[in-house]
Design a protein around this ligand. Structure first.
Ligand SMILES: [Mn+2]
Length: 409
C-alpha cells in the first residue's frame, strides 16, 4: 500500500542540489509546522552535505512551542548576519522569502511551503515546492521522508504530527486527505505521551497573575461573562483568557477587557452560534474606537481618554450592557478595522486560512438589554501599575507566534 504520491523526479532534483562540500542553513519563522519541517529537512540533508543547521528569525514564547522545542530537542539558533556568513546555502520551509523582513537579505536555494503564492512576490529558487492545497508543510516533508525511504525517528515523527495538528487546528481547519494520511502514518513512529505533554503546555506561570485577576472580576452578561483584567503588559494575554473562558461549558461568550498603555482593549470570543460578536462589538464601541470582527471572535480598541478618568471596568461594563441601535453608530466607525484580529490573536494563522465566519441571515445583534445593571463588587477596580502581576519589563512587539505575553518576569 502506498500512502503518498510518488516523488522520484522531484526528489532526484532535490538530492542533486545537495553537495557534500556545502554548508546549509535552514531558516524558519519558528512555529510548530516550521520547526517540524526544518527538522525533517535537516534529517534529509544531514548525511548529504557538509553541515546543516536550523536558524529562527523570531523569539519563541508560546508555551506549547517552547515545550515542543524542549521535549523534541529541536536544535535552533537565532539568525544573525554573523551566523549566516558561515553558510553556503539557505533553505526556508513553511514560509516564502517575502514573508519576513529577516529573510530579505538571504538568497534561498530551496523553498518548501504551503502558503498561497503571491503574484507580486514569485518564489525563485533552485528547488521549490509550494503546496497551497496542503494543510501543513509537515505533510509535504512526511511525503519526502517516505519517498526517500527514511523512517522518521520518535522525536521527528512527533514533531511532524504536532506540526500537522497545529496548522489544521486538529483537523478543524482546512486540510486535505494527504494531511490525514501523513498524520496516521506518523502515528506509527510518534510518542503519543510526549505529544500530549506538548499539547497540554498551554499556559505560563506568570500568566496566572492575570487569571487570578480575571476570576475575581467576572460579571455575568446574559449567557456570557464580562471579565476585567486591568493593566496588561501585552494585550495577547486577554486573548488567552478569553479562549480559556470559552472552555467553560456554561459560558456562551466572553468579553475580556484590559488596559494596554493608553488603550482599552476588549477581546470577545463566542461559540459562533449565539450573538454575532463582530456586530455587537461594533454597535457597542464603534462610536468611540475601532471595533469589529467575526461572529465568534471580535475586538474593540478604545482610547483610554474616552473613559475620562472614570473606572474603566465599569465604563466598559455599562457599554456592553447598553442597548444600541445601528442608527446611532457614527458613519466613521470602522466595522472591520480589526476584522483580521485573528491574524493577531491566533497562533499559526496563515494567509490561506479562511475565517470561520458562516453566513447567517439571522446575524442581528442582541444587545443585552435585559441584563440588570448591577453595582460592581467592591474591590474590583483596576490594580495600580506596579501591582503584583504588572511587570515593569519593556513591552515587546507582538511575536509572530502570538498569543503570547512577552517580557516575562
Ligand atoms: Mn504551516
Amino acid at each position: 500500500m502506498s500512502y503518498f504520491r510518488k516523488l522520484e523526479t522531484k526528489l532526484t532534483h532535490l538530492l542533486e542540489l545537495l553537495d557534500r562540500a556545502e554548508r546549509w542553513l535552514i531558516v524558519i519563522n519558528a512555529d510548530p509546522d516550521a520547526m517540524a519541517s526544518a527538522l525533517a529537512l535537516k534529517r534529509i540533508m544531514i548525511h548529504r552535505v557538509d553541515d546543516v543547521a536550523i536558524a529562527r528569525v523570531n523569539e519563541i514564547t508560546r508555551p506549547d512551542n517552547l515545550a515542543m522545542a524542549r521535549y523534541l530537542r529541536i536544535p535552533m539558533v537565532k539568525l544573525t548576519p554573523t551566523l549566516a556568513a558561515q553558510f553556503d546555502r539557505f533553505a526556508v520551509v513553511d514560509s516564502q522569502p517575502h514573508h519576513h523582513p529577516s529573510f530579505k537579505d538571504l538568497h534561498f536555494s530551496l523553498v518548501i511551503d504551503h502558503h498561497p503564492l503571491s503574484e507580486e512576490h514569485p518564489v525563485v529558487a533552485d528547488f521549490k515546492e509550494i503546496r497551497n492545497d496542503y494543510g501543513a508543510t509537515s505533510t509535504v516533508m512526511t511525503e519526502y521522508l517516505y519517498n526517500l525511504g527514511i523512517r522518521p525517528g520518535k522525536l521527528l515523527a512527533t514533531a511532524l504530527q504536532f506540526g500537522i495538528k497545529t496548522d489544521t487546528a486538529s483537523f478543524e481547519r482546512a486540510f486535505c486527505d494527504v494531511d490525514m494520511r501523513a498524520y496516521r502514518y506518523l502515528s506509527k513512529f510518534a510518542d503519543h505521551a510526549l505529544l500530549s505533554r506538548i499539547v497540554r503546555s498551554e499556559f505560563r506561570l506568570h500568566w496566572l497573575d492575570y487569571f487570578s485577576r480575571a476570576f475575581i472580576s467576572m460579571h455575568k452578561l446574559g449567557t456570557g461573562q464580562y471579565v476585567y483584567v486591568g493593566e496588561v503588559e501585552n494585550p495577547d494575554i486577554l486573548v488567552v483568557i478569553a479562549d480559556f473562558f470559552m472552555r467553560v461549558h456554561e459560558i456562551r461568550w466572553a468579553a475580556v477587557c484590559g488596559v494596554y498603555g493608553d488603550t482599552i482593549v476588549v477581546i470577545l470570543r463566542g461559540d459562533g452560534m449565539g450573538r454575532d460578536l463582530g456586530r455587537y462589538a461594533n454597535l457597542q464601541f464603534g462610536d468611540v474606537g475601532s471595533a469589529g470582527g467575526h461572529r465568534a471572535m471580535a475586538r474593540a480598541e478604545i482610547p483610554l481618554s474616552t473613559a475620562e478618568g472614570r473606572n474603566v471596568e465599569f465604563f466598559i461594563y455599562k457599554r456592553l450592557l447598553a442597548p444600541r441601535k445601528r442608527a446611532k453608530v457614527k458613519p466613521e466607525a470602522k466595522p472591520d478595522a480589526k476584522a483580521d484580529a485573528k491574524a493577531v490573536d491566533k497562533p499559526d494563522v496563515k494567509p490561506d486560512v479562511k475565517p470561520d465566519v458562516k453566513p447567517d441571515a439571522e446575524a442581528a445583534p442582541q444587545p443585552a438589554q435585559k441584563a440588570p445593571v448591577k453595582a460592581l463588587p467592591v474591590g474590583t477596580a483596576a490594580p495600580p501599575a506596579g501591582a503584583p502581576g504588572v511587570s515593569d519589563a519593556p513591552v515587546a512587539a507582538v511575536a509572530p507566534d502570538a498569543p503570547v505575553v512577552t517580557g516575562a518576569k
